[in-house]
Write a protein that binds this ligand. Structure first.
Ligand SMILES: [Zn+2]
Ligand SMILES: [Zn+2]
Length: 139
């Protein structure tokens, strides 16, 4: 576990944030929702808990979309540029930080590739990290 403070911003720069907490996991997720939300083969997210997420600028530009039949999958994004932004779940005291939105080195390394069971044939691959068909077992 590593306690980190990370800052990031959206593509147009209107939204900026600071997230701090204990970085528990750093997943490359290959699930279909992450693929649709990012337009890429996988999403790279840092999971912090406990966590604090503070919007520095542009909070009023943030839109959110919760996938209709999902328990909690919600996409937060800047309404001007569409860039994916972090989200915070009070229920789980959990922040999910899209690694690509960071303006600093995260100071933590990716820990696993998850939902490899549904990865596309063309997605990037590697054997350097543990892989899980879906979620990894709870630690
Ligand atoms: Zn933006
Ligand atoms: Zn996913």
């Amino acid at each position: 576990m590593t306690t980190v403070t990370l800052t990031g911003s959206c593509l147009c720069g209107d939204v900026t944030y600071e997230a701090s907490g204990d970085a528990k996991n750093f997943f490359h997720c290959y699930c279909s929702r992450c693929r649709k939300a990012t337009g890429t083969g996988h999403a790279s997210n840092i999971l912090m808990t406990p966590a604090r997420l503070k919007w520095l600028t542009g909070e009023d530009q943030i839109e959110s979309y919760k996938v209709r039949d999902a328990k909690s999958f919600t996409n937060l994004f800047c309404r001007i540029c569409g860039a994916r932004m972090p989200r915070y779940s009070a229920e789980h005291d959990l922040a999910v930080i899209p690694a690509g939105s960071l303006d600093v080195e995260p100071g933590v390394e990716p820990t696993a590739r998850i939902f490899k069971g549904v990865a596309t044939s063309w997605s990037c691959d590697s054997t350097e990290l543990p892989e899980f068909e879906k979620y990894p077992p709870r630690a």
